[in-house]
Design a protein around this ligand. Structure first.
Ligand code: PGA
Length: 245
């Protein structure tokens, strides 16, 4: 599984229950790969379980267990058969002020419960224009991975998601993605002594650009937002990355 590419669908807060039912009619029939991880809004998760793809949460709490109104703990997730969680998505960093320290706590709590983590990192347009991309990525990585052993890092996948590319139709270039994926791998190696960090790309991935993006050799798949909520688009992406690999 570790060398196989993955496609993560981040459904965010899209779709009401009727739309979810229509979506599931297609997805449950057509998606038959454990390399696909679908992360619905958490109230809908029970509808997605026990299919031939995997299911993930979009966030988990900083403690494995305890009384935390409104949160979902990693232990609750694994008890439901949910073994993936997204941590540090920029929409949470921005809208909920999630900082590096909080994200690190969520990482530790999730790995302790044996969850697989998709850790999102990425620079804003202002940071990019000020040539601060590497600095920002290094800071986000080093802080998020602080205290994680090499054993724990096996369960982590880094999603490079430039904030300026999310939901904008402004996909990063092949060169940018390749260079950044190498940089991320280098930082993790230097900082944590772990050589084989998997990196995926997210930000305006769609059915039109996936063929080209899928040529990039040093990434292990994609995190797809908007296009994952459209069954035709999502199936084209899955076909390209997982079925025809
Ligand atoms: P997008 O979102 O594919 O709609 O750009 C990606 C994400 O936010 O994970």
């Amino acid at each position: 599984m570790e060398n196989e590419k993955i496609v993560v669908g981040n459904l965010k807060t899209k779709m009401n229950i009727e739309e979810i039912s229509q979506y599931l009619k297609v997805i449950n029939k057509e998606v038959i790969s454990e390399q696909v991880i679908i992360c619905p809004t958490s109230i809908y998760i029970p509808y997605f379980l026990k299919q031939r793809y995997k299911v993930g949460l979009q966030n988990t709490f900083i403690n494995e267990d305890g009384p935390y109104t409104g949160e979902i703990t990693p232990n609750q997730a694994t008890s439901m058969g949910i073994h993936y969680t997204i941590i540090g998505h920029s929409e949470r960093r921005i809208n909920l002020n999630e900082d590096d320290e909080l994200i690190n706590k969520k990482m530790i709590s999730a790995v302790k419960s044996n969850m697989n983590i998709i850790l999102c990192i990425g620079e804003t347009i202002e940071e990019k224009q000020m040539l601060k991309t590497d600095m920002v990525l290094r800071r986000q990585l080093v802080n998020a991975l602080n205290g994680l052993s090499i054993d724990m890092l096996h369960n982590v996948i880094i999603a490079y998601e430039p904030v300026w590319a999310i939901g904008t139709n402004n996909v990063a270039s092949i060169k940018e993605i390749e260079r950044t994926a190498n940089y991320i791998k280098m930082i993790v190696h230097q900082n944590r002594g772990y050589k084989n960090m998997r990196v995926i790309y997210g930000g305006s991935v769609n059915e039109q650009n996936i063929k080209e993006l899928n040529q990039i050799k040093n990434i292990s798949g994609f995190l797809v937002g908007g296009a994952s909520t459209d069954t035709d688009k999502f199936l084209s992406i899955i076909n390209e990355v997982v079925v025809n690999q």
